[in-house]
Design a protein around this ligand. Sequence first.
Ligand code: BGP
Length: 483
Amino acid sequence: MECVILSKEMKMPTGFLWGGATAAHQIEGNWQADGKGISIADMMAAATVTEPNRVVTKSIESGKIYPNHWAIDFYNSYPQDIELFSELGLKALRVSIAWTRIFPNGDELTPNEVGLKHYDDLFDKLLAHNIQPIVTLSHFEMPFNLVKKYGGWLNRELITFFERFATACFERFHKKVKYWMTFNEINNQTDWRNPHHLYQDSGLLLDKNENAEESMFQAAHNEMVASAKAVIAAHKIDNSLKVGAMLAMVPIYALTAKPQDQLIAQRAMQYRYYYGDVQLGGKYPKWLLNYFKLKKFKMPFLKEDAEILKEGVCDYLGLSYYFSLAIQARADKKVEYDEHNDLVNNPYVEKSQWGWQIDPEGLRYILNWIQDRWDKPSMIVENGIGAYDKVQADGTIHDDYRIEYLKKHVEQMELAITVDGVDVLGYCMWSPIDIVSASTGEMKKRYGLIYVDRDDTGNGTNARKKKDSYAWYKKLIASNGDI
Ligand code: BGP
């Protein structure tokens, strides 16, 4: 058989969206400016630095100030930062709208005009530089009031609140923003044994007596109905809008060819990605409906939900890709997926300084998997490497490890597009500029092409410096993907 290799003739599509990605709570700072309410991220921050693997409930009301309260001050510095993004040649910038800037408590009837105006100005500035804004509606930053007063997404009332928020954004920005996403990495909560994920995705603070797995499925159902309603609303307001689901895509490989390992790997993939089956396929998969029955989970299904989920199918999948995982069946041959106990080290891949498995081929694998399973366009809206960066005496930053990581992943993405025919709309690397880490709350876990002089305690000038990777990415964009 003839071997197909990526050659110069196999061009990347014109109009491919080379971009960068950010999230409001990791970049904006100014957490109480201009009427902004307190978000779960603002409270979440209380646990991040002092308690790795934070159990949020402990420090939730501690009142301390932490890195994402100031972040990198993008709320004020965006005009200068956009100049740097423009020089870089970005064609798209993914941002999120902080829900709490628009509806500070989440349950108001009318939006906060100052908040809307801020994003109007931000989008205008981007568009003036030919950078297309791509917007996530909820990126780990729902109003904390919705957790305290309503119990988070376990409460169906939140569907109305989210629909109101989404509608206010679509109405106001539909002429400026074409690509939207509803909930960032909604599927992280399948790791429900870690309370951090339940809180971050669904605003759940459970007590010991509650069944965390059942609560996760219940809350996620409400979120997916809300997402579908947002899709329906967007299309009504402007039929040209594209609303995506957003999932953390992590291939889970069987460690060996043992049938038991294959079975557990299959279940792991079904479990983590049922969100895609619902949000992109319009219905729950059969195995899961049966699982609910077997486990006697009381799902909050209303009669009309099936129709809403069908009508509100997302237009595309936004995905983050950082690493892959490996899994092995335990001796008891249980087929129930237990993320904490079944995952094992993959000896075939390297790891980042934070222990994340580096697997560029996994990106090609998962892009193919997405196309086969949901047959919808995808957009890579996060990919990058968190690393310690060192500023040299002359101010330069030689992040060859970052260039290496991005290059290898872009190469695999290009193979997926040009050889496998996968429909990928764009690639927004995480992140064009250093921002606060979502999982650790640190500044020192840096992803940027642009360095920000700020440390974990908020010290530093907040000045920006281009790293070596900046020049590399600039060339990549200018050549439409010539690696
Ligand atoms: C994803 C989140 C982002 C981002 C990224 C990197 O899970 O959507 O918000 O932060 O991961 O992770 P971290 O910042 O924890 O290193």
